[in-house]
Design a binder for this molecule. Structure first.
Ligand code: SF4
Length: 508
């Protein structure tokens, strides 16, 4: 029990609902578990409420409030989660004098805008593990701490006498030993799975950070002053963690959240060797694998990955246009991507999942067509490849590409309501879109769900529902591919249907 003079010892951490993306992939809220680890160690009573996993909405959070609550925290990224988080924050403020704290990627990149909304009292920019502990101590000592009393809280933004005061974020990574992650705070891990599968998914880190400098990505700005910029964990610790999750929580899929797992191939080689030594084979997926890193992997390494249980490598393809790739400072060529995909295809077991971006300032229809051609070639040359829906380019404040976008007339969202529209499924029109580019993007947003065999590759459930879903996808696929290949965006009757599905999953 924390030694609170006020008797307020409880902290409620909330994962907002995610919109349509949350329907396909739902992982345990690892960032909240990380923040909770320090608070639990400090003796606070922490409750985690995940609104993706319940229908309770803001009312569920309000129901959990009481005299013992010290603050309510939310982890928020741009897009639909902002609407949900705002709804919760307003409901909490209406219910009493509870401090509301936002952390996560939005508070990291736009803390002033977050605090521009009166429903939020504090924003934590950057890593929040130690900041949450220090803020809690300050709130225990004083309901309304002065600016001086908060100056030791890294990355904290707060309002004082009508102005916003910001403090430098925590510099460096805050890895949490896995035995200190308070997994017991999640009541039911059965709700965390990928669409069409029943396996329990557990995200973990094997490494933190990234040394690359992609111009659209927040990582170079975030890690600018970090030394080192990439921090791998010891292989034995990673495998201990995997074993723990398998034995204690029946983990069915380990999902590495690393920005980049393969900066030094020896790191994952060590993990694979340790898994083999302990005779552990468990499904795994890696979120961060770069094309240049795949080109460094030989057949034997790729086989070892597959034999250890690895299913999916997420690869940043980004664009089929050499000019756009150079603008992104991606450091790989179109030919590199084709070659990396061939190597993955040759392996025959690993699934390659490609991320890509459209709607970059100055990008032409022909450059977007080059990306479509590359994606179709990738799919044709690798039956075990699929593509995600396009990332609509949204400039992230602090990145090189944000400056490029500013020169094309972009102004960052000035309110949280505007930030709720910054999402890949959204229909926001950037100043540089021509009507043709807008139509092409809408066409790609819809058809990219259908042009490949992701449904067959990723779903294992065989209930009538999933059989019908797979059948509908298979029936629409030829038309989707026709549109995608030809750039045919005319009579796009599918788009209003798509918007209805997206809006149905937005809350708040
Ligand atoms: S490799 Fe990935 S995480 Fe690293 S800078 Fe590029 S996009 Fe960001």
């Amino acid at each position: 029990m924390n030694d609170s003079v006020t008797g307020r010892n409880k902290i409620i951490l909330v994962q907002p609902s995610m919109g349509v993306a949350g329907e396909f992939v739902r992982h345990p809220p690892l960032s909240l578990l990380y923040v909770a680890s320090g608070l639990v160690r400090e003796g606070f009573d922490v409750r985690i409420i995940d609104l993706r996993a319940s229908d309770g909405g803001a009312a569920e959070v309000v129901k959990a409030l009481g005299d013992d609550v010290l603050w309510v925290g939310l982890t928020v990224m741009g897009g639909a989660p902002v609407s949900s988080a705002l709804e919760v924050s307003r409901a909490v403020k209406a219910a009493g004098m509870y401090p509301v704290v936002w952390g996560g990627s939005l508070a990291t990149i736009a803390p002033d805008t977050v605090l521009g909304n009166s429903a939020v009292d504090y924003a934590i920019s950057g890593s929040g593990v130690s900041s949450a502990v220090r803020l809690s101590r300050a709130l225990v000592a004083n309901d309304t701490p002065t600016s001086d009393e908060l100056d030791h809280v890294p990355g904290l933004y707060s309002r004082h006498e009508g102005r916003i005061v910001g403090r430098k974020p925590f510099r460096g990574f805050e890895p949490v030993p896995f035995r200190e992650i308070p997994y017991h705070l999640i009541p039911d891990y059965g709700v965390y799975a990928h669409f069409g599968t029943a396996r329990r998914v557990f995200p973990i880190y094997s490494a933190f950070g990234c040394p690359y400098r992609c111009a659209f990505c927040i990582s170079p700005a975030m890690y600018k002053e970090y030394k080192p910029k990439w921090l791998p964990l010891p292989a034995t610790e990673v495998v201990d963690h995997i074993e723990y999750l398998r034995d204690r929580f029946d983990a069915g899929l380990i999902y590495f959240y690393d920005d980049d797992s393969f900066v030094n191939p020896e790191h994952i080689r060590g993990v694979l060797d340790e898994l083999k030594r302990r005779r552990i084979k468990i499904p795994m997926s890696f979120r961060g694998a770069r094309v240049n890193e795949i080109l460094r992997m030989d057949d034997e390494f790729l086989s070892a990955l597959a034999e250890s249980g690895t299913e999916i490598l997420h690869v940043g393809l980004e664009s089929g246009s050499p000019r756009i790739l150079a603008l992104y400072e991606k450091g790989v060529t179109v030919e590199d991507t084709i070659e990396a995909n061939r190597r993955l295809a040759k392996n025959g077991k690993l699934i390659a999942a490609y991320n890509w971006i459209v709607g970059t300032p100055g990008e032409t229809c022909e450059e977007m067509a080059a990306t479509r051609r590359l994606l179709l070639r990738i799919l044709d040359e690798n039956p075990r490849a699929f593509v995600f829906q396009p990332n609509k380019f949204h400039p992230i404040p602090g990145t090189v590409m944000a400056d490029v976008a500013a020169r094309h007339g972009y102004r960052p969202p000035a309110t949280l309501e505007a930030w709720s529209c910054e999402e890949q499924e959204g229909d926001k029109r950037e100043p540089w879109y021509t009507p043709r580019i807008q139509r092409d993007i809408e066409m790609m947003q819809v058809t990219s769900y259908f042009i490949d065999h992701k449904a067959e590759l990723l779903t294992t459930e065989n209930s009538l529902y999933y059989i019908i879903v797979r059948l509908i996808i298979a029936l629409y696929r030829p038309f989707a591919r026709f549109r995608f290949k030809r750039g045919f965006a005319g009579l796009l009757f599918e788009y209003p249907l798509f918007r209805r599905v997206v809006m149905r999953h937005r809350k708040g």
